[in-house]
Design a protein around this ligand. Structure first.
Ligand SMILES: Nc1ncnc2c1ncn2[C@@H]1O[C@H](COP(=O)(O)OP(=O)(O)OP(=O)(O)O)[C@@H](O)[C@H]1O
Ligand SMILES: [Mg+2]
Length: 384
């Protein structure tokens, strides 16, 4: 496999603020890499460094074997000589140019002959379902159409590397899913290498061949969507990848337990100290009318109902347990909608299979489990 992008020790400071911090990345040809992380963690800055729109403070960036940035050797190739395409959150179309002229722009900059460029523009516009819109101005397009035009403009010159900065976040939910699928198909069809920035975990899981989870300018975990989803290496990653529930545990002379004394079998997770945290997805917690229906081996917690919101096939349920708020998804099974009929404040029991949780040392982001430690199932919490 050919390495398309090699980033070594990339650092970017704004004044005294280190925004990208000693970042290392290797992206294979044709790979779709997603940078995932919360606002301000340095995703856009990393992308802009790759694109040549931002000058790194130190480090090196190579495309194939060609250095495009090397602080020590004073290499800094201009963006239009890096053979990249860019698609941003704001579509950034030229308002005074037609769709045709917008899409043609990267070819014009590269001095492609007009007749040839015309063919490339039309076939690209067809590929993103904008073939009918070529003579309109951006102001005459919907948001979804504008983003498709921006996509065509980012791909028309068949760049080896395409940089996407949250290209779906200005679209409404339905369009977002649609355009996401289109990007997926375009990637399969055209085979470009992609770096795609988002803070949306479902986008990341759906599109990425690999995910890089960023935390304060560093990569905290890199892996396939499956690896990151199944085994987040730190509590930070767990929280970011949907394990919204945080349950403190304490070590007693008989083993780990909840703060209300329920024993918890943390499997082979190894935690230093006497404080730990269990992280759990809403899907992996079940709600019961009383504790008699909790399966053997599951951890049971006495709780009170805060809200139950109807979601069609399930309820989104919020409960209070020993001063903690827990969120769970309760599927509506054969026994119907009883959760929705409960008054707020009603006593219930919630439970989880201990193997469905991930365990971390409290307050630390370092993981202390062995590679094959706690196996995390993808079970759906059943009503009772
Ligand atoms: N030109 C700049 N000058 C000074 N600080 C900057 C500049 N650009 C970005 N920053 C700072 O760098 C940090 C990282 O910004 P960046 O835009 O890379 O974050 P991000 O992960 O893309 O966030 P978001 O999800 O909100 O887009 C932020 O604290 C931001 O304020
Ligand atoms: Mg950003």
């Amino acid at each position: 496999m050919t390495t398309q992008v090699q980033v070594s020790a990339l650092t970017k400071r704004f004044g005294r603020n280190t925004v990208v911090d000693d970042l290392h990345l290797q992206i294979e040809q044709g790979e779709f890499l997603v940078l995932l992380g919360p606002s301000g963690c340095g995703k856009t800055t990393t992308l802009r460094c790759l694109g040549g729109l931002e000058t790194p403070s130190s480090g090196t960036i190579s495309f194939r074997d060609r250095p495009v940035f090397d602080a020590d050797r004073k290499v800094d190739i201009a963006p239009n000589h890096r053979n990249i395409g860019m698609v941003f959150q704001s579509y950034a179309l030229w308002p005074h140019m037609t769709v045709r002229q917008n899409i043609r722009y990267p070819l014009k900059v590269r001095r492609m002959k007009k007749a040839m460029a015309e063919g490339a523009v039309e076939s690209m516009a067809d590929m993103v379902h904008c073939g009918e819109l070529l003579d309109r101005l951006p102001s005459q397009l919907s948001g979804g159409q504008q983003q498709r035009v921006a996509l065509a403009r980012g791909l028309v010159h068949r760049p080896e590397l395409v940089l996407f900065d949250e290209p779906l976040s200005n679209l409404d939910a339905r369009l977002r899913d649609l355009v996401r699928t289109e990007i997926h198909q375009l990637h399969q069809r055209l085979g470009f290498t992609a770096v795609f920035v988002t803070h949306d975990q479902s986008e990341a899981l759906a599109l990425g061949d690999r995910l890089a989870i960023m935390n304060q300018g560093r990569i905290e975990q890199m892996g396939t969507p499956w690896e990151v989803f199944q085994a987040p290496v730190s509590e930070y990653v767990a929280a970011f990848i949907g394990m919204a529930n945080r349950l403190p545990l304490v070590r007693s002379h008989v083993g780990w337990q909840t703060t209300t004394g329920e024993p918890v079998d943390i499997g082979s997770a190894r935690i230093g100290g006497d404080q730990a945290v269990a992280r759990l997805r809403p899907d992996d917690i079940a709600v019961h009318r009383d504790s008699t229906t909790v399966p053997a081996g599951h951890v049971r917690l006495p709780a009170t109902l805060v809200t139950a919101e109807y979601g069609g096939r399930h309820y989104d349920v919020t409960v209070e347990y020993a001063g903690h708020t827990l969120y769970l998804k309760s599927s509506i099974g054969a026994d119907g909608t009883w959760v929705g009929d409960l008054a707020p404040g009603t006593n219930v029991t919630v439970s989880f299979a201990p193997s469905n949780a991930r365990y971390y040392s409290d307050g630390s982001t370092a993981v202390t489990t062995s590679a094959d430690a706690v196996t995390v199932g993808v079970g759906v919490g059943v009503g009772e």
